[in-house]
Write a protein that binds this ligand. Sequence first.
Ligand SMILES: C[S@@+](CC[C@H](N)C(=O)[O-])C[C@H]1O[C@@H](n2cnc3c(N)ncnc32)[C@H](O)[C@@H]1O
Length: 249
Amino acid sequence: MSIHDRCVRRFQILGLFLLATSVCLSSGCAQRITAAGAAEVASLAPRAASPLFDPALADALLESPDRDRWQKPAQIVQALGIRPGMTVADIGAGSGYLLPYLSRAVGPKGRVIAEEIQKPFLVRLRKRAAELDNVRVVEGTAADPGLPPGGIDRFVLLTVYHEVDQPIAFLRKLRMSGRSGSRLAIIDFDAARHGYPPAPLGHELPESSVIAEARAAGWLLNEKQEFLSSQFFLVFQPTIVGRAKSTSL
Ligand SMILES: C[S@@+](CC[C@H](N)C(=O)[O-])C[C@H]1O[C@@H](n2cnc3c(N)ncnc32)[C@H](O)[C@@H]1O
């Protein structure tokens, strides 16, 4: 075979590969990935969601003075590649611990959505948002975060996931609200880690169930961060990109 023939052959193979990839992404493969995730989930031990965090404990636990030391919020924001102008959703924002960090990172042209389902937290979040120009508070429900489709660049679930009752359906809703190139961060207490602080009893979960549930909801594991000693930090990307039409928030 001449050099010319070999080059033509390589381009043909590359073309076939690209064609197969685009057909796969736009049609069945993403669904098959989701179906594989569902089968994986079915094989896992059933897991009950933890009770909702008691807002009366927020000052002692969520806003505790030593939290920054182990939670490393500035590093979380940096690891997520949050940039000025982005729209970031803090899902289950609680008392708003992460808001100042997110607000600073997206800057005046960006937007932070602080989503929550418990009324006492919503009151606290509104007070906090009034001091930050770029934060909007959204009241969701346990099954639906209530975000419009296609506008979010980054979703952050910081110690929230273990309380979500129907995680797969919930993560599917989030995916519909993601912009092209969106990322979902799930950070929570890991049953297999023994770092500081220890997981509150009954509030830990295995990383493997989260990865399988996310896969079933159409989110693929993109990377893992390892700088939190008792929590996993998983970053996902959507299996189907650019589906949702963007709606401004
Ligand atoms: C342990 S607190 C963490 C709050 C905050 N993310 C932080 O790290 O400081 C868990 C929060 O998740 C919220 N939550 C639980 N299930 C939720 C759901 N399905 N949708 C939105 N928020 C939820 C609870 O109301 C609570 O505020």
